[in-house]
Design a protein around this ligand. Structure first.
Ligand SMILES: [Zn+2]
Ligand SMILES: [Zn+2]
Length: 282
């Protein structure tokens, strides 16, 4: 496969964001040659806020598409590419005790509707809530605030079903809550990127992955965005050759044509340790 990287010099990448996410995307895109812009006065909050449910990635992709198209129109259709991102948070489907963060970033080229999408699922999130009742103690409140990374990470106060105060970063005590609100109170982590450094970190990782993906043209059709889209498991045990659950091959594919390749692992590992083997270490 060709190792020539794509060069986007002179092309404008518009980052469809109002929550400071350009910080996460700009540097890796500039390295590819892009001129990075953000749409002035663009309001992404009208695309909805976090429900606390883990959404299907198809829904996240459609939400990112809507955001990208709106930003493109808002900017006067001047960009070559539009970058939009979506996050969803909720209980993990693998380990339901843990909260899971799912992030999706879309790069869309309006001229030919070409899309490059990268996603990331991780446990790196402070997503959580605390219901404050008459039984709640100052110690419980303090423990929760510390666990979610307050005050570096902001929180939202919800009175009943309505978020009444947003982005709190100081002054949290039970007596303050009791004197400020009357109904049932729920404290929630604020998941907007500029108020949640943990989330911004995850988006930054994905921003670098997006740039990496964009930099590889498809060996068949030359469209940018050829990259890892799946894996085949079954890396053989070093002692007995039995297939293990570890990744044996990476599947790279193109979003524009149906070309795909099986590639050896990027770390060149050809065998699993016996500790991962269902026969040697049952
Ligand atoms: Zn074995
Ligand atoms: Zn292709």
């Amino acid at each position: 496969m060709s190792t020539a990287k794509a060069d986007f010099t002179g092309q404008v990448a518009l980052i469809a964001t109002m929550h400071g996410k350009q910080v996460a995307f700009a540097a890796p895109l500039i390295q590819l040659g892009f001129t990075v812009q953000t749409p002035e006065g663009f309001d992404t909050d009208r695309f909805g806020t976090f429900s606390g449910e883990v959404e299907r990635s198809g829904d996240m992709l459609n939400a990112a598409r809507a955001k990208a198209r709106a930003a493109f129109l808002h900017s006067g259709k001047s960009a070559d590419w539009v970058i939009a991102s979506e996050g969803a948070f909720g209980p993990s489907r693998v380990v339901p005790m843990l909260a899971e963060a799912r992030e999706l970033v879309l790069a869309w080229r309006p001229a030919d509707d070409h899309e490059v999408v990268v996603t990331r699922t991780s446990f790196e999130t402070n997503f959580s809530h605390l219901d404050v009742t008459g039984e709640t103690t100052d110690a419980e409140l303090a423990t929760w605030l510390e666990r979610i990374g307050f005050p570096d990470h902001a929180i939202i106060v919800r009175e009943g079903h309505t978020p009444v105060k947003k982005a709190h970063r100081s002054g949290f005590t039970l007596s303050w809550l009791a004197s400020s609100f009357s109904g049932p109170i729920r404290l929630e982590t604020d998941m907007r990127a500029h108020l949640n450094p943990t989330r911004m970190g995850e988006i930054s990782i994905l921003g670098s992955e997006l740039a990496e993906r964009l930099s590889y043209p498809c060996p068949t059709c030359a469209q940018p965005g050829f990259g890892l889209t799946g894996v085949e498991r079954g890396l053989p045990c070093e002692a007995c050759g039995t297939p293990t659950e570890l990744v044996r091959q990476e599947i790279w594919s193109c979003g524009a044509c149906d070309h795909s390749q099986s590639r050896s692992r990027s770390d060149s590992r050809t065998h699993a340790s016996a500790g991962n083997c269902p026969i040697c270490n049952p």
